[in-house]
Design a protein. Structure first.
Lengths: 357, 259
């Protein structure tokens, strides 16, 4: 009998982490993700786990570094301003190849910005964010159920590839309550012979390091990281495509924006307009395949974001300028209505493939 | 008898077992070698090498992980106490120590060390205070003495603009979570013996679970101070110790052991 609950996205992420075997959570309060740390503060003691409220986001990510270095499944969560503070730590985690999960329930920026939903941290999440050549896997849930599922997947991917995995949610997905099936699953725990657990009989000592003073060694290390990123790019891209086979216009959106786009697409279809949709579920690696497939038949793409236009750059690269790519976004925490998106879709189609600028 | 005596002497001057037989990269006259050895001797004596994980700082001692035959983690600049917190909370039976310099601990990592101490994290910090940033070439640190010349205070530290140096041990000793706080120096054989005893006490406090422990070790940087090693040792005696008095500021573990 499946366990079905009404939960906020933030709570579903926290519960999924616990069920995934995460026993080390370090956080700092920031809206709109406070339910994660509050849930963990209640839940972790029940499973003999650690929930520690750190003195800063910087400390929290470095506590994750320590727990991950010891081989534990570790997680932190925050929102834009706090995620900016964590960037130093994320670069070190990537360099040290430490598996962990970092949740960003995005709010509107820049600066202190606001506390309402946005998707303006896309560049930061997918293009590195911190210093040096590195990537983190970025998963983008569009529902509370998916917040649960992607958290489970995040821990597995993190361990499998020894890489930090970001869950890039938004204030809407984090705050809204939906039905969620807390399905049972098999934890994919793998041995971590590299972890700094104390030697405990091991002959050689384990060192978790990010410093390579010899350029030859550092280049080797970079090459190793890049090979890993190529493998992830080829294997782990994930997406959902609807009606793209015959669509004149393909909407592209992720997270809460994809829910609005889907409603607009359904109405457009009812009205006889051939509208389809691609929803990237991994933002890094960005799914190229559905765009290659859709480019043959469609007349154009309309990228929808709660930002001034960030993912649109990846769509342009995926489409290789073979078809027009338009953009519509709202910023500041404003969320467009279904009608706004529908009108924008129809007016874009009305332009017969001419690119909007 | 004489043979046994000399064997003991030899043993006294050999490297601790938990330190690898490799050359240190430290500059001539640098005290890191002495302090590493003291930490190593204590770890050997307490027989905790198998369950000890060290956290290296950013600074000269980042390469400590190449010298200790212990599991080691390199932390970002100043973040060692946070990394140590993650290591300790998930493996409470392990012994975790950080080894940090004064730029790392007292400037960029001030928030981490204060809050780790306030939480009473069961970790041990070996805090090496030589009054400057060594690895980057001798810039002013929060611990640089008033009027002391460094590469970023070429006219001498102006306390009207740069403030007075931070007395880290005194500051941390005010926190209830701190179980053991002591300041020692390694400028003379007598002080080195006292330093060893303080480091031992700091590890014992962690093992017994009494709280956060820190040993501040007054050290030298002859190269960046522009002094001969012996001259630097004298400078510690004449200038550093008067401002940074050697003392055990707190020892909760000793109190509980005595009662």
């Amino acid at each position: 009998m499946a366990e079905v609950k009404l939960m906020k996205g933030n709570e579903a992420i926290a519960e999924a982490a616990v069920r995934s075997g995460c026993r080390a959570y370090f956080g700092y309060p920031i809206t709109p993700q406070n339910e994660v740390i509050e849930y963990m503060a209640r839940r972790m003691p029940e499973v003999n786990g650690v929930c520690l409220q750190a003195e800063s986001e910087i400390a929290a990510i470095n506590m994750v570094f320590g727990a991950a270095a010891a081989g534990d499944r570790a997680m932190t969560s925050s929102s834009g301003p706090g995620i900016s503070l964590k960037q130093e730590g994320i670069s070190y985690l990537a360099a040290g190849e430490l598996p962990c999960v970092i949740v960003n329930i995005q709010r509107a920026g820049p600066g202190l910005g606001g506390i309402t939903p946005a998707q303006a941290d896309y560049f930061q999440a997918t293009k590195g964010g911190g210093h040096g050549d590195y990537h983190t896997v970025v998963l983008a849930p569009a529902s509370v159920q998916e917040a649960f599922e992607m958290t489970v997947r995040a821990f597995d991917l993190a361990d499998q590839y020894r890489i930090p995995v970001l869950i890039l949610g938004d204030g809407a997905v984090g705050q809204m309550m939906e039905k969620v099936e807390l399905r049972s699953f098999q934890r994919r725990m793998i041995p971590k012979p590299w972890a700094a657990t104390g030697r405990h009989g091991r002959q050689t000592n384990n060192i978790v390091k990010t410093l390579y003073l010899k350029p030859e060694e550092l280049e080797d290390h970079n090459n190793k990281l890049q090979a890993k990123y190529r493998e992830i790019t080829s294997k782990e891209a994930d997406w959902e495509a609807c009606y793209t086979e015959d669509a004149d216009l393909v909407l592209v959106a992720y997270g809460i924006m994809a829910r609005i786009a889907q409603s607009a697409m359904n109405i457009a279809r009812e009205q006889g307009h051939k509208v389809g949709m691609i929803r990237p579920k991994t933002l890094w690696p960005f799914p190229i395949t559905p765009f290659k497939n859709a480019t043959k038949n469609t007349k154009g793409f309309l990228v929808l974001e709660l930002s001034a236009g960030q993912m649109v750059e990846d769509v342009l690269l995926a489409v290789e300028h073979k078809k027009p790519v338009s953009f519509f976004g709202r910023t500041g925490g404003m969320i467009p209505t279904t009608k706004e998106v529908l009108d924008k879709s129809l007016s874009t189609m009305g332009q017969k493939g001419e690119r909007l600028k | 008898m004489i043979a046994a005596e000399s064997a003991r002497m030899l043993n006294t001057f050999s490297r601790p077992e938990c330190i690898k037989q490799v050359d240190y990269h430290y500059c001539p006259g640098c005290c890191h070698g002495i302090i590493h050895n003291l930490v190593g001797q204590v770890i050997d004596e307490l027989e905790i090498a198998e369950k000890t994980v060290g956290v290296a700082p950013v600074g000269c001692a980042v390469l400590a992980c190449d010298y200790f035959n212990l599991d080691f983690v390199q932390a970002a600049h100043g973040r060692a106490p946070a990394v140590a917190t993650g290591l300790k909370r998930t493996r409470p039976d392990n012994v975790i120590f950080t080894y940090q310099g004064d730029g790392d601990l007292a400037a960029i990592g001030c928030g981490e060390i204060v809050n780790a101490a306030a939480r009473g994290e069961r970790i041990t910090t070996v805090f090496v205070n030589n009054g400057i940033y060594g690895m980057t070439g001798g810039q002013m640190a929060p611990t640089t003495l008033s009027t002391q010349v460094t590469s970023t205070s070429p006219q001498g530290r102006d306390t009207l603009r740069a403030g007075m140096p931070i007395r880290v041990s005194e500051m941390l000793a005010t926190l209830d979570g701190a179980a053991y706080i002591a300041r020692v120096a390694v400028n003379s054989p007598k002080n080195i013996i006292k330093a060893r005893s303080a480091i031992r006490e700091a590890f014992l406090n962690q093992i017994e679970g009494s709280g956060f422990s820190l040993v501040e070790v007054l050290s030298t940087c002859p190269i960046n101070w522009g002094m001969e090693p012996l001259e630097a040792m004298k400078w510690v005696e004449q200038h550093m110790i008067p401002f940074y008095p050697l003392a055990i500021f707190k020892n909760n573990g000793r109190q509980s052991r005595d009662t």
